[in-house]
Design a protein around this ligand. Structure first.
Ligand code: COA
Length: 699
């Protein structure tokens, strides 16, 4: 059974239907009938013969007809037996309204598992339990107990909170928003947000997909779904709640830099989800997408009758992914000819406080026609002479014949501008009271338009010279010694096995061995105490640099051992590591941490000892990480300014960095046992890059 047939059933049974007004079982029957549902409806209640004019059956087997969908509203403990009956009767989908499952504790959890087991056993789809129900205005079907049924339209709204859902539906009646589908997810025992997003993506009646969620049920499924759906239709999500605390141990730099919400933020951005920051923004965005054409680019023109709001709007535009449009010469010349001398003819165009319909019309016409303009924001402030109605009419006349670019109104004020605002809204042009939400709406539309331009399935990265067997045996060896943190020399071997260039480094147990290793590597060398327990080796005299001879190395070994012993008299060290001393490069960091939902998160940023202070880091999920994404990630950081060649320095090899990050991501995907990894610093050179310090923690 597909989800569409769950929302377009030919017959519906309501188990727990009731004659008693005010009971959920009564609302369910009334709602289905009032929605104009054309299929057969079977109320089920052992004590009634008739409910709302429909014949009532004592139980499901008594119906003896094909039933597609059963809406269940009996007390939770009775739900499994009803589900069993449904399964036997060949019902294809269940919507379980009843509360009293997972959300109430272990006993409810057991009940929910039993319900799911029965559904799986009979191949039935399950919405809920603990939900308000589902609606499809095009079927039409209202299989919910919501007091409000929305206007038909093309927004699919999927909500994890039943209360938010009914509140929004009620509010939506005073707006012009129309819905195609409304889904209350409830406990998501079976069907989850991703299932309904995928369905809505393929639904010809849906133009925009809106979600309110508190978490995602299945990270990888969600990522795959939104990635595909977000190319077809805008997927706009308002996510509340922080991700599970303690999801990652913050023992590494990367872990400490990754905030609790970061994985969601990254997952959304990387996979084409438009994130709304509030419920209001969720619906502002929906309204923009439903009513306006897609912008051809990010260049916004602003027309205003006052300076201040023009400046605020410009600030907001420049804060996000948008640009102020630069008009063509013809446009500014025509503006100069048609507006008073004191008017501003560059963007934002200021028609001045006494600007009436004629000036607005001229400015709007010219700006809208400029090929360097992708969208237009019209601001109107209530000056004494402002006639919002006449101005709105003039603007709408122009817009009527020019519907190819998105247009938004910002009428700053209240009642005084009410008539104009109403005209805009009636004409299907979003009209806001303040500039910020209008700018965010354009920003969301531009993100979506950009996303569509990226080639659909970039081929997976191919890497030569991966040696997973080497990594596996190294990790096994470390585990067999009862350790979870690799020594620097071991971590460097893991890196090298995945083609991540690391400065040669070897463990030595004695001064003599250290001298031999140094000779083999070539001078100068660096000595580092080999002890995963010591976090800041420099602070305890555990590092010596620029050693030039075997004698210096021997002496250095002894000196480090003594230094460390002074700080940690009881700590047994593994020895001293001898590393080739590398020429100085730009210090960057590459890191890896894991999120419970979305898996490995890769970090890139400015490296060195000030990492936590400067926090110049960008993140991406390793899941399907492409080189295009990696380049975008590098360019987001301030480190990029450095790498491009700061103050006459030679530019560094960003291609090598891209390749190294891709390989770290691949290592993370291939080895789930690697829970954290920090490469800090990695020296970036004009030609190539090399890891100096690699720290790996395993589970
Ligand atoms: N088959 C058919 N009907 C049955 C039945 C069965 N196996 N078992 C009971 N019924 C009937 C009852 O006789 C009753 O009918 P009546 O009104 O004629 O007496 C009806 O189903 C409902 O049962 P009742 O015991 O009266 O429960 P209720 O209506 O008080 O509550 C729920 C039932 C499901 C609504 C309630 O348990 C519940 O979960 N409420 C919360 C719902 C909720 O908030 N969901 C989440 C929203 S976000």
């Amino acid at each position: 059974m597909t989800l569409s047939s769950l929302l377009k059933p030919e017959s519906v049974a309501i188990v727990g239907a009731s004659r008693t007004p005010g009971k959920i079982g009564n609302f369910l029957v009334k709602n289905i009938l009032e929605s104009g549902y054309q299929g057969r409806v079977y109320p089920i209640n052992p004590r009634e013969d008739e409910i709302e004019g429909l014949k009532c059956y004592p139980d499901l087997p008594a119906v003896q007809k094909k039933i597609d969908l059963a809406v269940i509203s009996v007390p939770a403990p009775r739900v499994p037996e009803v589900a069993e009956q449904c399964g036997r009767a060949g019902v294809q989908g269940l919507v379980v309204i009843s509360a009293g499952f997972k959300e109430v504790g272990p006993a409810g959890m057991a009940l929910e598992k039993e319900l799911l087991r029965i559904c799986r056993n009979y191949g039935m789809l399950l919405v809920g339990p603990n939900c308000v129900g589902v609606m499809d205005t095009h079927t039409p079907l209202n299989a919910s107990f919501s007091a409000t049924y929305p206007r038909p339209g093309n927004i699919a709204f999927i909500s994890q909170s039943g209360a938010m859902l009914v509140a929004i539906l009620d509010w939506s009646r005073q707006t012009r928003l129309g819905f195609s589908k409304v889904i209350s997810l409830g406990n998501k025992a079976d069907l989850n947000e991703a299932d309904f997003i995928a369905d809505a993506a393929g639904d010809p009646e849906t133009k925009v997909i809106l979600c309110y969620i508190e978490d995602v049920a299945n990270g990888p499924q969600f990522l795959e779904t939104v990635r595909a759906a977000g190319r077809q239709k805008p997927v706009i999500i308002y996510k509340s709640g922080a991700s599970a605390a303690g999801a990652r141990a913050a023992s590494s730099h990367t872990g400490a830099l990754a905030g609790s919400d970061l994985a969601y933020e990254t997952a959304f951005r990387q996979n084409g989800v438009i994130r709304a920051r509030s419920m209001a923004e969720l619906f502002d965005l929906a309204n923009a997408f439903v009513t306006q054409p897609a912008p051809g680019g990010d260049r916004v023109a602003v027309i205003t009758n006052a300076g201040g709001p023009g400046i605020i709007t410009t600030d907001n535009i420049e804060k996000i992914n948008l640009k102020m449009a630069r008009f063509q010469k013809e446009t500014t010349e025509a503006l100069r000819a048609r507006l008073p001398a004191a008017a501003a003819i560059y963007n934002p165009v200021d028609v001045l406080g006494d600007g009436g319909p004629d000036r607005y019309r001229s400015a709007f016409e010219l700006v809208l026609a400029d090929p360097g303009v992708d969208s237009v924001l019209v601001l109107l402030c209530p000056a004494a002479a402002t006639d919002s109605e006449k101005i709105a009419r003039a603007l709408l006349e122009v817009q009527r014949n020019n519907r190819h670019k998105p247009v938004f109104g910002v009428f700053l004020g209240g009642e005084f501008l009410g008539k104009g605002r109403n005209l805009f809204e009636q004409a299907g042009i979003p009209c806001f009271t303040f500039p910020e939400p209008a700018v965010s709406a354009i920003g969301g539309m531009v993100s979506f338009a950009r996303r569509k331009q990226i080639p659909a399935d970039e081929p997976a990265e191919q890497f030569a010279n991966l040696q997973p067997d080497t990594v596996r045996s190294l990790l096994d060896k470390v585990r067999s010694e009862g350790r979870l943190v690799l020594l620097g020399s071991e971590a460097a071997l893991v890196a090298s096995a995945y083609g991540i260039p690391a400065a040669p480094i070897h463990l030595a147990g004695t001064p003599e061995e250290a001298a031999e290793k140094a000779q083999a590597i070539g001078f100068p060398v660096v000595l580092k105490v080999a002890s995963p327990q010591i976090m800041h080796k420099t602070d305890v005299g555990g590092i010596l640099t620029n050693l030039q001879t075997a004698g210096e190395v021997r002496k250095g070994f002894i000196q480090i051992s003594e230094n460390v012993h002074r700080y940690f008299p009881d700590l047994a060290i593994h020895g001293v590591e001898v590393q080739k001393m590398m020429p100085k490069g730009d210090e960057v960091l590459i890191g890896l941490t894991r999120d419970v939902q979305f898996g490995p998160l890769i970090a890139f940023g400015l490296g060195g000892i000030y990492v936590n202070l400067l926090k110049d880091v960008a993140f991406r999920l390793a899941h399907r990480l492409t080189k295009r994404e990696i380049r975008g990630m590098i360019m987001e950081t301030k480190a990029y300014t450095l790498l491009r060649g700061y103050r006459g320095e030679k530019p560094k090899d960003v291609n090598s960095l891209t390749e190294i990050i891709a390989r770290v991501a691949r290592l993370a995907v291939d080895f789930p046992a690697i829970t954290e990894m920090d490469i800090n610093p990695l020296f970036a050179y004009p030609d190539g890059a090399v890891a100096l310090d690699v720290k790996i923690t395993i589970s």
